[in-house]
Ligand binder design. Structure first.
Ligand code: ATP
Ligand code: MG
Length: 499
């Protein structure tokens, strides 16, 4: 189907948007056909989420027209967007943990019966019908807080689906997913496509994009630079169009590890969530931790960092046992954790880039206990440049940055702390391909300078690309270890899924 054959379900004409001095969208025009799946790709800060927020009534456009089935609409509020059939799947953070799946799906729905009362029974039946229709493995009566991340995401999707949207937007739905969960989502999307729902799909994971999209729209620096059919597209070509330049090879060269010295040793560690975990980290090593979401990787990091209570076992640094009861203890012993949940634990959204980076960090740039604004500024500026954090200045609020750029601020924080042992939990989540390879190069450089790194990731390819060894977790325990190297992908998967 070419886009001119039938009336497009959605047409954008010359959409423009500024945030004070940031020109986020530059005359974006796009037509999408009914039942089509369009993937939207581009570097961090390219304008993808902003474009979607204009469609869902979160932001107002400065200029341009939005046409739904040929009719112009001025989308002034999220409610308006819902009414005309535009739905967005939000991250599971929008769900209420204490309520059940069904309650979460129904909340906010005004199902009035003729007597003027909310007809919960009817609504619940409808929610269950959706769960059944799409054969989702969720129990409507289970509380959200007891569900896996993937199932929560499915609940978010059903919540949107039961309003029968014509256009459904996914903005990085799989950022926190492992492979198995991604494939669950892919099969759900296949069904939605068969039901002729129009889908706009944003992701930095290009394999997913190639799997779901009919066409791929590429954004760069606020412009929509091209729209291509998803037929025989080469990954390198797509990346080149996204970055506007040829990308160098994704992973830096791996140097051989010279030191056998164990800087960190964890022996038989148990907490509420992890069981009898033992491993060691060698000086100057990047040790990968693989596993499904919920396998205990984050909990292991939390236990080592003094965030979760340790029930049994010990932690040894340079061969000596240390007691780590809080992050303060951990930092004292040279550890630093860059957490996975950037919006929750990692960053203060209402503070500036600079304040976030120097928060808990000022020791390294203050002399004799006095903080020097000038040195703070230059240190922060240097990191902003080094990581190409896209923002007006170091004083921009972190809450106003694109998702990927927020992630880079966390990395900057870790770099400034320059710990001996750095624990990174999903550092490349939501980061575009160009920035990713920059981060790999940085980590490798830090390693060469003697830092030892624990790298938790859901992407096996990147673990293999930069780690020296990879340990695999499942159900709170370590199921195995592999020497890194591309031939071991199969083995890692087996260890991840083995019951
Ligand atoms: N509320 C806001 N206030 C100020 N600037 C903003 C705001 N929202 C977005 N921006 C800026 O607009 C630009 C586009 O951001 P957007 O979030 O659309 O990028 P994105 O393509 O979704 O990136 P990512 O892949 O990192 O999620 C960025 O420079 C961002 O900092
Ligand atoms: Mg975004």
């Amino acid at each position: 189907m070419t886009e001119d054959d039938v009336m497009p379900i959605l047409e954008l004409r010359g959409i423009d948007k500024h945030f004070s001095s940031v020109h986020a969208l530059k005359s974006v025009s796009l037509k999408i056909g009914r039942g089509e799946t369009i993937a939207l790709v581009g570097e961090n800060g390219a304008g993808k989420s902003t474009l979607m927020k204009i469609l869902t009534g979160v932001y107002e456009k400065d200029k341009g027209d939005i046409l739904i089935e040929g009719k112009k609409h001025n989308i002034t509020s999220p409610l308006y967007a819902k009414k005309i059939g535009i739905g967005q799947v939000y991250q599971q953070a929008e769900l209420i943990p204490e309520l059940t799946a069904a309650e979460n799906i129904l909340i906010g729905e005004m199902g009035f019966s003729r007597k003027g009362l909310v007809n919960w029974k009817e609504l619940k039946k409808r929610a269950c019908a959706f769960i059944e229709k799409y054969q989702l493995s969720i129990d409507p009566d289970e509380k959200i807080k007891n569900m896996s991340v993937a199932n929560r995401q499915l609940v978010s999707i059903v919540k949107v689906l039961q309003r029968n949207p014509k256009i459904l937007i996914f903005d990085e739905p799989t950022a926190v997913f492992s492979n198995l969960e991604v494939s669950l989502l892919m099969s759900l999307i296949d069904q939605l496509k068969r039901d002729q729902i129009t889908i706009i799909y944003i992701s930095h994971r290009l394999e997913e994009v190639f799997k779901v999209a009919d066409r791929i729209a590429i954004m760069r620096d606020g412009y929509l630079v091209s729209v291509i059919d998803n037929v025989n597209v080469k990954k390198e070509d797509l990346i080149q169009q996204m970055l506007g330049r040829k990308s160098s090879s994704m992973f830096p060269e791996k140097a051989n590890l010279t030191s056998e010295e164990k800087i960190l040793e964890v022996r038989n560690l148990s907490s509420e969530k992890i069981k009898n975990v033992s491993f060691s980290l060698r000086q100057g090593e990047i040790l990968g931790i693989a596993g499904l979401v919920g396998s205990g990787r984050t909990e292991l990091a939390r236990a080592v960092y003094g965030l979760d209570r340790i029930k049994a076992g010990g932690i040894y640094i340079d061969g000596k046992e240390v007691k780590i009861r809080s992050p303060v203890d951990a930092v004292k012993h040279g550890l630093f954790l860059a957490p996975e949940d950037r919006r929750g634990e990692g960053l203060v959204l209402v503070r500036s880039i600079k304040n976030n980076i120097i928060l808990s960090n000022f020791r390294s740039i203050s002399r004799h206990g006095v903080c020097h604004t000038k040195s703070e500024n230059s240190a922060t500026q240097a990191l902003k440049d080094k990581l190409s954090i896209k923002a007006d200045s170091i004083h921009t609020l972190v809450g106003n940055l694109s998702g990927g750029n927020q992630q880079k601020v966390i990395i900057a924080k870790a770099l400034l702390a320059s710990p001996r042992i750095l624990i990174f939990d999903e550092p490349t989540q939501g980061i575009d391909v160009g920035a990713k390879s920059e981060i790999y190069a940085l980590l490798t450089k830090m390693r060469e300078e003697g830092m030892s790194i624990i790298f938790i990731s859901s992407e096996i390819e990147e673990l293999q690309g930069i780690c020296t060894r990879i340990i695999v977790m499942r159900n709170g325990a370590i199921t195995g270890e592999v020497e890194s190297g591309l031939e071991d992908g199969e083995k890692i998967l087996n260890l991840m899924y083995r019951s």
